[in-house]
Design a protein around this ligand. Structure first.
Ligand code: B12
Length: 307
């Protein structure tokens, strides 16, 4: 099968599951790398944010794909997941924003594996700045909140990228754009509880973002007040209030429910870095891998949140 039929086949098969994709010529990645490394060097990416999240964004190529010819960027629109807990006879809702849900990754990989299975082509997961790739390749535009809005789907899209030896047949590459709707709208900045989105620069002040604190086992500083917490992990304030997400923000699917006894066991956990085997088993029911050890501390924050 030739490369243009392969890009079409993969796009079509992913598209059948509502997934959008772009094939980006590998040569374009040098520009992303230069921009990313410049921001690290000039300090516009905060040093702590860099060391916590971005050290493995090293642009290393997979050893078994030679030459790498493209990066395949995939966007999956997903619902938020809700986990219900029981406290004092009431249900407490623990929302997990859509992009923490990794289950779709294995579906994407399976679809792509099947597509390339009778061809010499290969692909492998790539750790790259995904919003930059999405916005420069024309798949998305930035909102004022610094999140990527996929055309026609909004921002509740999990992004992922893969290196591949499939040549890209198109080369759409543009300066990152902001949504037209954002020009006269400041809803996200007004709604951001921590002042991470403000007028002094476009790029979010990551080191002030609520997600930066509740994704970490470090103690949450006192200036982050109890009323700010609203998710089991992450934050949905700047995306939920966004007019460009009006059609998708209410999409919530309930994943599982914990009884009063089970909730008490979860709330009783002291550590934010390890789970006891009992808790591990219990929380496995939620199907979440990312940040699961933080759920007890973060659930406590939701339970103690002022009404
Ligand atoms: C580190 C990280 C974080 C950190 C730091 C965020 C950051 N901006 O760096 C923290 C913990 C704070 C965070 C928070 C969130 N994150 Co996060 N995060 C990442 C991660 C791992 C890397 C992001 C990155 O590249 N940062 C580097 C900065 C420099 O790049 P950038 O943010 O794109 O900034 C560019 C723009 O500002 C642009 N720019 C500058 N000036 C201007 C001016 C104009 C006019 C324009 C148009 C552009 C522009 O230039 C910058 C690049 O040079 C990605 C996954 C990945 N591998 O990409 C997920 C990711 C970006 N996160 C995601 C999400 C959803 C969130 C949260 C909503 C949390 C949540 N899920 O509840 C919040 C949103 C915060 C916000 N408003 O931006 C999703 C975004 C999906 C999407 N559709 O956009 C990603 C892609 C995860 C995924 N796999 O889907 N995140």
């Amino acid at each position: 099968m030739n490369s243009s039929s392969m890009t079409e086949l993969i796009s079509r098969r992913l598209g059948a599951f509502g997934l959008k994709c772009r094939f980006i010529p590998y040569g374009r990645i040098a520009e992303i790398r230069e921009e990313f490394e410049r921001k690290v060097a000039d300090g516009s990416i905060d040093a702590e944010v860099y060391s916590r999240y971005l050290t493995d964004m090293n642009f290393n190529l997979p050893a078994d794909i030679s030459p790498v010819r493209s990066v395949i960027l995939v966007a999956a629109l997903q619902p938020k997941r809700e986990i219900l807990f029981t406290v004092d006879g009431h249900k407490v809702s623990g929302i997990i924003p859509s992009t923490y849900d990794h289950e779709v990754d294995s579906m994407v990989m399976r679809i792509m594996h099947e597509a390339v299975s009778h061809s010499p082509f290969k692909f492998a997961r790539a750790r790259l700045p995904l919003k930059l790739l999405a916005t420069r390749s024309g798949l998305a535009r930035y909102g004022r909140n610094n999140v990527a809005y996929v055309d026609g789907a909004g921002s509740f899209c999990r992004l992922m990228a893969f290196y591949s030896d499939i040549p890209a047949t198109d080369d759409v590459w543009r300066e990152p754009q902001m949504l037209d709707q954002c020009i006269d709208c400041n809803a996200c900045a007004k709604r951001c509880p921590t002042g991470a989105i403000n007028g002094d620069r476009f790029q979010v002040h990551a080191e002030r973002c609520l997600s930066f604190f509740n994704e970490s086992a470090e103690p949450i500083p006192d200036w982050v007040t109890p009323d700010m917490h609203h998710c089991l992990i992450g934050c949905t304030r700047c995306t939920d209030c966004c007019p460009a997400n009006k059609d998708t923000r209410a999409w919530v699917s309930t994943r599982c429910e914990f009884s009063r006894e089970e909730t008490a066991v979860i709330l009783g956990a002291a550590s934010t870095t390890t789970l006891t085997p009992e808790l591990e088993l219990l929380l496995k029911r939620s199907n979440f891998e990312e940040g699961r050890e933080l759920f007890p501390r973060n659930l406590r924050l939701l339970v103690d949140r002022p009404a």
